[in-house]
Design a protein around this ligand. Structure first.
Ligand code: NAD
Length: 267
């Protein structure tokens, strides 16, 4: 299937690893010109080196918690590649975890600042040029946690629930300009984020990394019927489809890529 986006310009945040890097890879394979971004303490240079043979790709450091940095990112991408037609906001953190009564304001605010306000800043910088051109694709990365909260990560869950609401709201505001806004909600994908979770679990339980994954699936994610971690490329392919011309009538949707983790038909 021709996705019809060859020659378009895309910006992917959180692209030093995981789903962001994989999304950049698949976009490059579609002939899209891609800017990858991540914060300064990331492995962005390595990501750029890994992707460079696939097509036209640049790397620009930016921190989504800083509006000036996000504005500068969009200005530099516009200067070097053109204003992005496609923006995928993968920047995110697990944030503050633990018993709700133990997580203070600082933990909550940091989590919301990166996951929710980061998406707000990126969307605010992305949408004007898309509207002017009457073509745009903005993808926000939610999570199964948005619809199915887990009690030890309520700040993360709330930030992702906010993202789904933001997606719907933006889709209503700018769909009339052919700026289509959708979210993708993964569950338990093999990336550095869940590697860290499983390393901690293995240590706490005194088991191997693979045993930690197995027990996590059994005890914490019974809805994941494929009984394995997902791969970053399995999410990236869904993201890239939503970025494409083929998704021209999809707006305000939340596409779950979770092997059935969310156990409801609603949403
Ligand atoms: P990842 O850790 O590989 O990617 C997240 C990226 O965000 C990192 O590269 C990190 O450096 C970047 N980032 C963090 N704070 C930032 C900031 N202030 N400014 C710019 N970049 C920043 O993990 P991933 O699993 O690929 O995560 C991608 C997205 O998917 C995240 O939003 C995450 O919440 C979401 N998600 C992941 C899973 C999973 O199972 N891995 C499940 C559901 C949702």
């Amino acid at each position: 299937m021709d996705l019809g986006i060859k020659g378009r310009v895309a910006l992917v945040t959180g692209a030093d690893s995981g789903m962001g890097k994989e999304t950049a890879r698949l976009l490059l394979e579609e002939g899209v010109r891609v800017a990858i971004s991540d914060r300064t303490d990331s492995d962005l240079a390595q990501s750029l080196a890994d992707l460079q043979s696939l097509g036209e790709v640049i790397a620009v450091e930016a921190d989504v918690t800083d509006d000036k940095s996000v504005r500068a990112l969009f200005a530099e991408v516009a200067d070097r590649l053109g204003a992005p037609d496609i923006v995928v906001n993968c920047a995110g953190v697990t944030g503050a975890t633990g018993d709700f009564l133990e997580v203070d304001d600082k933990g909550w605010l940091e989590t919301l600042d990166i996951n929710l306000m980061g998406a707000v800043r990126v969307a605010r910088a992305a949408i004007p040029a898309m509207r002017a051109r009457k073509w745009g694709r903005l993808i926000l990365i939610g999570s199964e946690d948005a619809e199915q909260p887990y009690v030890d990560e309520l700040a993360y869950c709330a930030s992702k629930a906010g993202l789904l609401n933001l997606t719907k709201g933006l889709s209503k505001a700018y769909g009339c300009d052919n700026v289509l806004v959708n979210s993708v909600s993964p569950a338990f994908i093999a990336t550095p984020m869940t590697d860290k979770m499983m390393e901690k679990r293995a240590q706490e339980k005194g088991v191997s990394f693979d045993e930690a994954i197995d027990s996590f699936l059994d005890e914490e994610r019974p809805g994941m019927t494929l009984h394995r971690r997902g791969r970053a490329d399995e999410v990236a392919s869904a993201i890239v489809f939503l970025c494409s011309e083929q998704a021209s009538f999809i707006n305000g949707a939340n596409l779950r890529v979770d092997s059935g983790s969310v156990q409801t038909m609603a949403g």
